[in-house]
Design a protein around this ligand. Structure first.
Ligand code: PEP
Ligand code: MN
Length: 346
């Protein structure tokens, strides 16, 4: 529930609303806005009797949020959330942001080379898993903590920000120390204890849609992060499982405008896992930007044929370079621009 205060409501009136919400046994989240302050009431499971609040001084209106997710909804916050990162990178504003790099961090040479190549093409954030959720326990599981060190080194050398996955509460602690964005993978979208921990980790979170999750379930999982106080959440459409076997997944681009209507959170697309096939990644990345995605996350490997994971869907660096050229043109058509890496000497 949202208690919208009148324009010019006093500090005292806002404090009173907060106190009454707390007396009623709920939590209060004051949200100062440019025009007026609203106070969010959270912690309720079902409709709250608002009669006590309605009568308080300075209260203009009570809005009952109709969706099962609350703080994530557009009813709660009308303006888009812009996730602000170091170096002026912002996700959810006018910029379209490219996150790129290999599926996994493999060696120092591989990750530094990949970072240089994707930066050269125009990515502002480097991706690469140090912990990998693999379908088979016999597949490469990632380098773990040494992988994080290599990512930190790549950031130092290129200035790119780092997006990397945390698979469990233990790796989350290490990832949060290094990453600029903590990725929660598709398989963990409904790992609620991990979501709660990520909500307290103090770093922005990229939350990927589960392989068979509805959009409502994705938004409810995001609500776990906001409920813990983390508002820097970026959603990611990465394809859902379907009956067709010709692609790895079905990249649900409809989810982009649907999410944008229901939520204020930014949403990006992952055409790599969304298709699983290198030559399908490029058209679907273009389509995602045309559909209004706030960014793309693309797997790029210096030598895809040698990749320890997801080689078949990893772009060659020159393909990524070409993709970025195309995406710049598409972004312009819809009144946006692709974020560019800051020059090294800037
Ligand atoms: C990945 O980004 O490499 C990954 C494992 O993605 P997902 O969780 O979407 O499968
Ligand atoms: Mn991958």
């Amino acid at each position: 529930m949202l208690i919208v205060m009148r324009h010019g409501a006093t500090e005292e009136e806002i404090r009173k609303v907060v106190a009454v919400i707390q007396e009623m046994g709920y939590q209060a989240r004051p949200m100062p806005g440019a025009q007026r302050t609203a106070v969010g009431l959270v912690g309720n499971d079902g409709r709250v009797d608002a009669s006590r609040l309605e009568a308080l001084g300075g209260v203009q209106e009570i809005i009952h949020v109709s969706k099962p997710y609350k703080q994530v909804s557009r009813e709660w916050q009308a303006e888009n959330t812009v996730v602000r990162l170091a170096g002026g990178v912002a996700i959810g504003g006018n910029d379209v942001v490219a996150i790129a790099g290999p599926c996994s961090v493999e060696t120092e040479k591989q990750i530094i080379e990949a970072a240089r190549q994707v930066r050269e093409a125009g990515a502002v954030i480097l991706r690469g898993g140090a912990w990998k959720p693999r379908s088979s326990p016999y597949s490469f599981q990632g380098l773990g903590r040494p992988g994080l060190k290599l990512l930190a080194k790549a950031r130092e050398e290129t200035g790119l920000l780092i997006c990397t996955e945390a698979m469990d509460p233990e790796s989350l602690g290490y990832v949060a120390e290094v990453a600029d964005i903590i990725q929660i993978g598709a398989r963990n979208m409904q790992n609620f204890s991990l979501l709660k921990a990520a909500g307290r980790a103090g770093k922005p979170v990229l939350l990927k849609r589960g392989i068979a999750a509805t959009i409502t379930e994705l938004l409810l999982s995001a609500e776990y992060l906001l409920a813990e106080g983390n508002h820097d959440v970026i959603l990611c459409e990465r394809g859902v499982r379907t009956f067709d076997t010709l692609t790895r997944n079905l990249l649900d681009l409809t989810a982009i405008p649907v999410v944008q209507k229901l939520s204020h959170l930014p949403i990006i697309a992952d055409p790599s896992h969304g298709t699983g096939l290198r030559e399908k990644v490029i058209p679907m990345a273009r389509a995602a930007v045309a559909a209004g995605a706030d960014g793309i996350i693309v797997e790029v490997h210096p030598n895809p044929e040698d990749a320890l994971s997801d080689g078949a869907q990893s772009l060659y660096p020159d393909q990524f370079n070409q993709l970025m050229r195309e995406v710049r043109v598409i972004a312009e058509v819809i009144g946006r621009r692709v974020a560019e890496p800051t020059p090294v000497d800037a």
